[in-house]
Ligand binder design. Sequence first.
Ligand code: ATP
Length: 264
Amino acid sequence: MEPILQVHNLTMDFGGLRALNRVKLDIREGEIVALIGPNGAGKTTFFNCITGIYKPTGGDITITPPGKNSLRINGMKANRVTEKGLARTFQNIRLFPNMTVLENVLIGRHVRTRSGILGAIFRPPSVKKEERETAEHCYELLRKVNLAPQVNELAKNLSYGAQRRLEIARAMATDPFLLLLDEPAAGMNAMETLELDQLIRRIREEDRISILLIEHDMKLVMNISERIFVMDYGSKIAEGSPMEIKQNPLVIKAYLGEETHADD
Ligand SMILES: Nc1ncnc2c1ncn2[C@@H]1O[C@H](COP(=O)(O)OP(=O)(O)OP(=O)(O)O)[C@@H](O)[C@H]1O
């Protein structure tokens, strides 16, 4: 079976700085994969290239959504990439702070709804039905991320951990086949991180969404990932199972001087 995401020799230059150097990575359907590496290794730049925020300098990005044909997405605009089934969250949370929790998810769902401007003005029964179904679907997503009691709360009033879960619900509202999570556990306490671990597993099992996560919390990474890719200075330096990665001398060297928690 084709990998659902195939990245070949991805390269990204910012002026004289090579932030990504011929990076190769693939993800198979149903996998939970982590992308790790010291600060500045190029992880977020990798996400930004995949999701259409940056146009890569070189290389190929190909997706094969389950049951569909392969498609090269290099340089495709971010909203088109989302339509094609890649959704993401951001390292610096990007919610609409003055909108409610439900409204934030409804906006994510917009990419999958049909009614246009005329429908919004005249609101025939078909549009009302779609609106009702959309709201129900978004509510279900909020229930999944444990935010149902706060549907009418403004996003800015949520705790940091809850805002991260809301970002996940919003990304899921776009019906992705692959979810990219950029440091989902950042700012979470141990209990919230454990809940996040369970949530990611549920998303994979119940919604059949594959996951690629960037994460610095090594305990979470080692617990949850089937495979791990390690980057340093823009290049991939290792790839393997959590056990292989823990023992890889290149990885240990890259992290020397940084505090790691692989054996916590
Ligand atoms: N828009 C940009 N313009 C110029 N340089 C950039 C830009 N975005 C990232 N960089 C540089 O590219 C390199 C990789 O940065 P990136 O944010 O991808 O690393 P990272 O692995 O995600 O780090 P962290 O774990 O700290 O988030 C860094 O040297 C960074 O300064």
